[in-house]
Write a protein that binds this ligand. Structure first.
Ligand code: PEP
Ligand code: MN
Length: 353
């Protein structure tokens, strides 16, 4: 047999191995072991009544084994989607991602809010206290900022992460922060409860693989010119490394329209819910890029079935070092939360907070 090169499987075909309801853990271990031996990735999905093992790797090698003859196996089904692990075919049930004790996914509405960037202690604490009081479940705030101009404020770096960790203790809310550089992934994941990959890095495959090796949930934003399929491929990069805690974030795409910073692709939410089991949240701040659009786009996100929203809130947007034009004020956020709760209730959904 030629040497196995696990990192570069020759094909990217996959097969679902559906087990019988009475399959044992030993049967599962046996199948997973055989898949690993032939250089394939194995993903075990334990459902209420039966377990499904997804195999991704070289088609010839996977198909040459008589899976139906293995103990515990009921049948096999080929997966035709180019993205495998993150597809609905692979896992029918919604994934629910745990962010420091807060759930994202599974039909609830989870509100993530806070300043775009951490500027200083006072600014962060004032924003965090306001969003917590209004009912947000997760705090946002960045220590590393991807700026269009290299001369713009780039973030407080580790000091920013320390302040976010202090805010987490003070206000009892987990936080999400962006990572820009594969060399800083371990640093950010030591502090943050969730790591964000920004739009500009959605196709940074080295970075995706690195966060895929962390034990922290990942918020994966859509690249500004990425198709939904390209975005799901990016999610697959994270997932296949073993990190299954992936949440997608629609943040608007580039179109010819220039009244808004980006065009919010609201249809992406139901399209993704059909194609993938991953939770999908919407960023009404970076998509519209305008304070007056945050409330209507948030309402649209809840109405269309998004699993959550990511909202920029700043205590004094006119002094903000980053993205002041789209940040809403604490009292505006409070009013918006009332609308989110009312809308969610009308649709039979609950708001986590
Ligand atoms: C952000 O959320 O602060 C951000 C930089 O967003 P995006 O990557 O979507 O531009
Ligand atoms: Mn921003």
């Amino acid at each position: 047999m030629p040497p196995l090169d696990h990192a570069t499987p020759k094909g990217d075909d996959s097969l679902l191995i559906v087990l019988r309801p009475d399959a044992t853990d030993q049967d599962i271990d046996h199948i997973v072991g055989r898949l690993r031996e032939i250089g394939a990735d194995a993903h075990v999905s334990r459902g209420k009544t039966r377990t499904i093992i997804g195999a991704v790797g070289d088609r010839i090698r996977i198909q040459q084994l008589p899976w139906e003859a293995f103990p515990g196996v009921d049948r096999t089904v080929p997966v035709l989607k180019p993205f495998k692990f993150v597809s609905r075919e692979f896992q029918a049930a919604d994934s629910v991602v745990d962010v420091g004790g807060v759930e994202v996914g599974g039909g609830h509405v989870t509100v993530i809010a806070g300043p775009c960037a951490v500027e200083d202690r006072e600014q962060l604490f004032s924003a965090a206290s306001a969003v917590k009081k209004a009912g947000a479940a997760i705090l946002r705030g960045d220590a590393f900022k991807p700026r269009t101009s290299p001369y713009s404020f780039q973030g407080l770096e580790e000091r920013g992460l320390e302040l976010l960790a202090e805010a987490r203790e003070e206000f009892e809310m987990p936080f999400v922060a962006e990572v820009l550089d594969p060399r800083r992934v371990t640093l950010v994941s030591e502090y943050a409860d969730m790591i964000r990959i920004g739009a500009r890095n959605m196709a940074n495959f080295t970075l995706l693989a690195e966060v895929g090796r962390q034990d922290k949930p990942v918020l994966l934003k859509r690249g500004m010119s990425a198709t939904i399929e390209e975005w799901l491929h990016a999610a697959e990069y994270v997932y296949k490394e073993g990190n299954h805690q992936v949440v997608l974030c629609e943040r608007g795409i580039r179109t010819f329209e220039d009244q808004t910073r980006n065009t919010l692709d609201i249809a992406a939410v139901p399209v993704l819910h059909r194609l993938s089991h991953l939770p999908v949240v919407v960023d009404p701040s970076h998509s519209g890029g305008r304070r007056d659009l945050v409330a209507p786009l948030t309402r649209a996100a809840v109405a269309v079935g998004a699993d959550g929203v990511l909202i920029d809130v700043h205590p004094a947007p006119e002094t903000a070092l980053v993205d002041g034009a789209q940040a809403i004020l604490p009292h505006e956020f409070e009013g918006l939360m009332d609308q989110v709760r009312a809308l969610a209730a009308a649709l039979g959904r609950d708001v986590i907070g």
